[in-house]
Design a protein around this ligand. Sequence first.
Ligand code: NAP
Ligand code: G3P
Length: 502
Amino acid sequence: MSEIEDFQILKDGLDYKFFFNGKWKNSESGKIIPIRNPYNNELVGNIQACTKEEADRIIECARSNIECWNETPIRDRAEILREAAKLMLKWSKPLGSLLMKEIGKPIKSAISEITRTADIFNATADSASQISGETMMGDVFKGFTRETISMTYRVPLGVVLCIGPFNYPFNLTGSKIAPALLAGNSVVMKPPTQGALTPLHFGIILEKVGVPPGVFNIITGRGSEIGDYLTAHPKIDMISFTGSSETGKSLAKMAGMKPLLLELGGKDAAIVLNDANLDLVVKSIISGAFSFSGQRCTAVKRVLPMPNIADKLVENVTESTLKLTVGDPAENNTIGPLISSKQCDYVQGLIDDALEKGATLKCGNKREGNIMWPTILDHVTIDMRVAWEEPFGPVLPFIRVYSAEEAIQISNQSEYGLQGMIFTENIDLAFNIAQELDVGSVQINGKSSRGPDHFPFLGTKSSGLGTQGIKYSIEAMSRPKVVVMNLTEKGKLVRECKFEGN
Ligand code: NAP
Ligand code: G3P
């Protein structure tokens, strides 16, 4: 990757700085956190372990710059987002290559994460004209007349804290930054530690396209060390978080009255009825379960097949799974490393538990370093951990069911409620089952997916709070402001027109 001249400013050698008030800085803590390639353990870079005092200064700076940004015409804010998108497209290859190195994402997916974020910035900019309010007359209610008029428009919430996860570190910080800035907020971004290097480049991009100093800031450091402090900070006005349910629930307790947008874990189940299109199901499951080695919140994490299709489905999925390429993400292998050895240990524990309790191993259960071969477990029962826990790795349990009611019951029994899937040719039945599933979204004859990114995306139960998706995110990062006009008699027109109705 040829170094982009502009990229030099944010680092000294491999020591990346944090971004505050338009400047790149080293932390006064003097501590750095190494970021290593999960595939080969090579050092990719070091990030600053910022202090709580630095957090105070960053947040104060963001707060003091809200007015200047909110008073910038929204058409100008939108144009800035469009210019930022152009830079993301221009730099998608070097940024994608860095992303691949720091989280082990296959190179093509890593580059598409950058271009997808550019699309989000453009679509958010296009939403500028839709940010509007409404006017109402008071004479709907007794005691009020048409001389009482409310005028509503939307205003920013203030300082928005954007916290992203390791698996889409650029896209799932960018999908928060864009609506926050368009709505007129200032932003403090806390990227995931493993995955921080690529989103740090938002500092270069947004500064270059004209976001004023202090409006967009980046703080780095382990969430376990500064996360609670940021969450509870009295001068943070809103938190948009994507990450695990465990962290999200803890954050919600710390956040007090702050408005929250939480996108959390999932255990998306694919219900496969006897009449499903087998080839379509196999293709959807392979892609849905094993893209980025299953490290997606919307990964297919359970398959609930009906009896007449189960055997053939398991065989065909196993056959396709065995064809998946495994290895170096730089060679665009589908299955690459998991994010950490600890995560591999966790996934292995789920596999071991299932096998000890009688599950049938169809393929996989093999590990080299942080690479885990895609594993298919058949005849999984509800006493096994893998039936309920989120692996965030390439392991797929088949839990055989004998009726739609049983499939609905097992699907809804999960603590998660992100997305569900129904595969059948009977669309009426699919729609009726969909209405019974306690999830944010149901895919009929398709794999679970967050995209397209203007669609509403939400989870129930442990999967989240609030709704993401371009216009929904803008609404979540702004609020109505109501001005009520009480006109006086002085200006009133007098005319005789008596309503003779009964
Ligand atoms: P995570 O461990 O919860 O971390 C997510 C983010 O929270 C990171 O930036 C992390 O910082 C930060 N954090 C950690 N502790 C914190 C605290 N006490 N206060 C504030 N922030 C804190 O999740 P992950 O491992 O990065 O991502 C995987 C999880 O995210 C999975 O469960 C997946 O399902 C979920 N996810 C959900 C969606 C969705 O849209 N629903 C999308 C992607 C991922 P550090 O990195 O420094 O720890
Ligand atoms: O886990 C990340 C989540 O946002 C999935 O996105 O587009 O891969 O379904 P997508």
